[in-house]
Design a protein around this ligand. Structure first.
Ligand code: SAH
Length: 346
């Protein structure tokens, strides 16, 4: 079956022509798919065409399987079912300036970060562009009835987006298309564990999204303890790639830094981090680690977070503490899917 939602308008046009249809149908179908509609709902297509589409193609590549609402802050956690029976997670966060959806880019992940629940069972498979788009369009559909829509997207769910490069880039172009979902690149953040070659390639795509880089350590020795990817690339190489990205796109980089008790959270680590980032157009997101019960790593106290931020501020590095949301609904990466696979979610 063909996932139509993964086609650019030109490709859709060619495909429809190859099936004996008029080229203008492509615009209609593309726009319906961008609104997450099924073939049956595409009311301006004749029945013959709808039947043809249903025989050969898939309209929505994902289904919302469960929604959990946080009683604390209105965050919603989604479990998306894929057509092959796999599932991935997404999180909808409501801020004053609009809704942000966090989406997954792979089923599982092979990067092996010690603190991350998504990687515990490795990578199952890459997600297609249509599946990533489906996460957005299906949540948008749900929001429609409240008169809301997604304003920002973060690629921070399960998976390493740059390890699924082609599908991720295709997704970004599709979601940004003015005849489709139409979310601008400035409203999108892509988070990477720091795949240097792909970061350099991505800087050439003309897609000025905010690049978030999961740094989590002030030197290679500590980073290697937390993130296997640090054995392939040094922090110096990652930061050089960041400088290229800043130069090419004009966007500042956001560094993610999860404080892990007894590993990277002392004042001297903050000072080292500040020295590394001096003069760079960047912002640091400091996060107390979400404990993952399967691993022996622990988060830190509020006092430790405040001290860490204080050192960075003294050294004139822009930094804030990332708000923790959805704590009561397994908001952190991979936790809900993990629970689901373990049989803990009804
Ligand atoms: N693969 C990408 C995106 C997915 S992870 C990346 O590595 O950036 C999204 C963010 O959540 C990353 O910064 C990741 O390091 C962080 N993260 C994963 N597990 C976490 C945990 N238990 N506590 C806090 N942050 C975590």
């Amino acid at each position: 079956m063909i996932e139509l939602a993964g086609m650019y308008p030109d490709e859709l046009k060619e495909w429809l022509i190859s099936r004996g249809e008029k080229p203008f149908r492509a615009g209609q179908v593309f726009s319906w798919l961008g609104r997450g509609r099924s073939f049956d709902e595409m009311t301006d297509l004749d029945l013959g065409l709808r039947r043809k589409l249903k025989e050969e193609c898939v309209d929505t590549a994902v289904m919302i399987r469960t929604v959990r609402k946080s009683g604390i802050d209105g965050t919603r956690k989604f479990l998306f079912g894929l057509r092959d029976g796999n599932c991935v997670e997404g999180v909808l966060m409501r801020y004053r300036y609009g809704c942000t959806l966090c989406i997954s880019t792979q089923v599982g992940c092979r990067m092996g970060c010690r603190f991350c629940a998504s990687t515990l069972d490795g990578r199952v498979r890459d997600m297609t562009a249509a599946e990533m788009l489906g996460e957005v369009t299906q949540v948008n559909r749900l929001l429609e009835s409240d008169g809301e829509s997604i304003h920002n997207i973060v690629l921070m769910g399960s998976g390493e987006p740059l390890d699924n490069y082609d599908n991720t880039v295709r997704f970004l172009r599709l979601v940004g298309h003015e005849k489709g979902v139409n979310i601008g690149m400035r409203h999108i953040s892509l988070s990477t564990c720091g795949l240097v070659n792909e970061m350099l390639r991505f800087s050439e795509e003309g897609l000025p999204v905010t690049l978030s880089v999961s740094l989590h350590a002030p030197n290679d020795e500590i980073r290697k303890k937390l993130m296997p990817v640090a054995k392939s690339y040094s922090i110096r190489q990652v930061l050089d790639a960041c400088r290229v990205y800043i130069e090419k796109t004009g966007r500042r980089i956001v560094f993610e830094y999860a404080l892990v008790d007894g590993v990277n959270s002392r004042r001297e680590h903050a000072a080292m981090l500040a020295d590394l980032l001096r003069g760079m157009q960047c912002h640091v997101n400091v996060i107390p680690l979400n404990d993952v019960p399967e691993r022996d790593l622990k988060g830190v106290s509020e006092k430790q977070v405040a001290e860490f931020l204080e050192v960075l501020a003294d050294k004139h590095i822009s930094a804030t503490r990332r708000r923790e949301i959805g704590d009561d609904i397994e908001g952190a990466c991979g936790q809900l899917r993990k629970k689901y696979l373990d049989g803990g979610v009804q």
